[in-house]
Write a protein that binds this ligand. Structure first.
Ligand SMILES: [Zn+2]
Length: 334
């Protein structure tokens, strides 16, 4: 699987013989790391496809997929989750001795030294030897110096793939050894079509919020889903008072929770009439309980008040009072 916007760049890149050191740069949220791994796999593949992709079925591809290819290494910060991104931040652990603390956001000289056997011994498969450095701006100065030594005199068949979202932060000595390959944000229709295929709701808004980077938009969508799930749990658990639930709700974006509540009430009505839900399939027992307590007339009135609130959404409102008003039927004991 390759992201659709990366297909053409991969095909273009694989048309030419690989550079000994390649700097793959581009914005966050477009899949640059995956791209570097796909380039590596394609270099190992015994039967690369016409579009430059690895076949996925040959022995080297299978090794690669299982993260056991003997001629491949990935050099990344010990805490890959926290890349050093703060403008003007200075690399921690400059001395590298003793070893940088676990979870360092930097690639340390020890990590580079650990690769010395890999970089000098002959390859297992008589093919390429590939080292991905991701991200290259995470190399601290000592690590960059150590890497520079092997970049200057690489063994034949060695390919260095450096990934960077901030090429300006990669040491110039390293940059000067690399060919550059830049990736851009995908065209909006391509990104939108992909987000829609991933069943992301409101893809236009999220893509705009993510600065046009589709993977970032997807991440935001998942985050939104988490907030919604937590809110729904409060709604159905019945452990909060009306005031507490309203306070919690009023802190969320109005258009979001109105939308969630409208879907919830829609399901209550469906449940009342048809005995089944459209949106909240996993919550039918909660729907049954709440729809039991409310008459169809109450539910329809609730649904109407939600529609009115949506219509007036852009007028100044007191969010707490509005939430209290619209959530009141949840607390009906009739
Ligand atoms: Zn293959």
């Amino acid at each position: 699987m390759i992201y659709p916007w990366l297909q053409e760049p991969l095909a273009r890149l694989m048309q030419r013989p690989p550079a000994q050191a390649l700097l793959l740069s581009g914005p966050r949220g477009i899949g640059l790391s995956q791209f570097a791994r796909q380039v590596a796999q394609a270099l190992f593949c015994a039967r690369p496809q016409a579009q430059g992709l690895g076949c996925g079925t040959c022995t080297p591809c299978q090794w690669f997929g299982a993260a056991t290819h003997p001629d491949y290494r990935l050099l990344e910060p010990e805490s890959a989750a926290a890349p050093p991104g703060v403008e003007g931040a200075s690399p921690a652990g400059l001395s590298d001795s003793p070893r940088a603390s676990p979870g360092s956001a930097w690639i340390t000289v020890d990590q580079v030294r650990e690769l010395s056997d890999f970089l000098v011994l002959s390859t297992h498969q008589q093919g390429y030897r590939v080292l991905v450095v991701d991200p290259a701006e995470a190399l601290n100065p000592n690590a960059a110096n150590a890497l520079l030594k092997v970049l200057e005199e690489p063994r034949p068949g060695t390919v260095f793939l450096l990934v960077s979202h901030h090429p300006a932060r990669v040491p110039a000595t390293i940059l000067s050894r690399c060919q550059s390959f830049k990736l851009a944000l995908p065209p909006t229709p391509v990104a939108l079509a992909w987000l829609q295929a991933q069943a992301v709701a409101a893809p236009e808004q999220l893509l705009a919020l993510a600065g046009q980077a589709p993977l970032e938009a997807q991440r935001l969508a998942l985050q939104e889903q988490g907030v919604r799930t937590a809110w729904l749990e409060h709604l159905v658990a019945g452990q909060l008072t009306l005031i507490q639930l309203s306070e919690h709700t009023a802190k969320l974006p109005l258009s979001d929770w109105l939308d969630w509540l409208q879907r919830w009430v829609f399901d209550l009505i469906e449940f009342k009439i048809l005995g089944q839900a459209r949106y909240h399939l996993a919550l039918s027992s909660s729907l049954a309980r709440m729809s039991e307590r409310l008459s169809l007339f109450d539910l329809l009135a609730w649904e109407k008040s939600l529609r009115e609130a949506r219509r007036l959404m852009h007028h100044p409102l007191n969010p707490r009072l509005l939430a209290e008003h619209l959530l009141l039927p949840c607390f009906s004991t009739a």
